[in-house]
Design a protein around this ligand. Structure first.
Ligand SMILES: [Zn+2]
Length: 251
């Protein structure tokens, strides 16, 4: 089984994340976007270049729009323009794209292929295999679980404190994840990883946002999970390497 990770938007905290991945010999694909996201500090072009030495840099559009809601021309500019931008910044080919906000349709998918990418990541979760490199799914997100990560706004917390637990209930039932494994994110991640290994899955694909790791205090559980993965017999690859291997297997 292959192990891959991907991280969205290009926050400055991706540098801390990259050091953590390096410590456990894991690879990351960082989908960066030049536009400011969530009022957070973003990576500078110099930092993106430094990140590209050990990890993969993927494109994530120029302004992070829902590509299904903009015109065909605007979508084409966002997709091709972001490939050119990443290639100019890193001086390396950029082969992977990530749909902003996970939004894609057949026409957007076709534009990504037309722009010369080899694959694109979607936000479809709880998947351990792929058939289409242009809708590469992921296995799970690093997120607050099972309790909502923030008290703000308070009414949302009070109305639905276990929203993640509720939203993912049926998907986790379908995977046969026991209730005890749903008591923390780390237990859940280990149970899903073991499920993937035991079912001879193609890959385990972890995804997230570095600013959420900071905001929701998820650095520790993530590090514990990476240490767990490092002890098992899996090979760590970037999203681009994963797509290449899946393509070779199918050929
Ligand atoms: Zn994004």
């Amino acid at each position: 089984m292959l192990f891959t990770t991907s991280w969205d938007d290009g926050y400055a905290l991706d540098l801390k994340l990259a050091s953590l991945l390096d410590r456990y010999r894991c690879k990351g694909t960082f989908y960066v976007c030049p536009a400011l996201q969530n009022s957070r500090q973003m990576l500078s072009e110099e930092e993106i270049r430094a990140l590209a030495v050990r990890h993969e840099i993927g494109a994530h559009s120029l302004t992070h729009p829902k590509l299904t809601l903009v015109s065909q021309d605007a979508a084409r500019r966002e997709i091709s323009g972001s490939k050119e931008w990443v290639e100019r910044v890193t001086g390396r080919p950029c082969t992977m794209f990530c749909y902003p906000k996970g939004r894609w349709n057949d026409s957007v998918r076709a534009l990504v292929q037309e722009a010369g990418f080899l694959g694109a990541r979607s936000t479809q979760a709880w998947k351990f295999s792929a058939t289409d490199p242009f809708t590469l799914p992921m296995s799970m997100q690093v997120m607050p679980f099972p309790v909502r990560g923030s008290f703000r706004p308070l009414w949302k917390f009070l109305l639905d404190p276990f929203c993640a637990f509720r939203i993912h209930w049926s998907a986790l039932n379908a995977l046969g994840i026991p209730l005890i494994a749903r008591s923390s994110w780390l237990r859940l991640a280990i149970a899903c990883f073991e499920h993937a290994k035991n079912s001879d899955a193609q890959f385990f694909h972890l995804y997230g946002h570095s600013h959420e790791l900071e905001r929701f205090h998820l650095w520790e559980p993530l590090e514990a999970f990476l240490a767990y993965v490092a002890q098992s017999n899996v090979r760590c690859v970037t999203n681009g390497e994963l797509v290449e291997e899946l393509r070779e297997k199918r050929a």
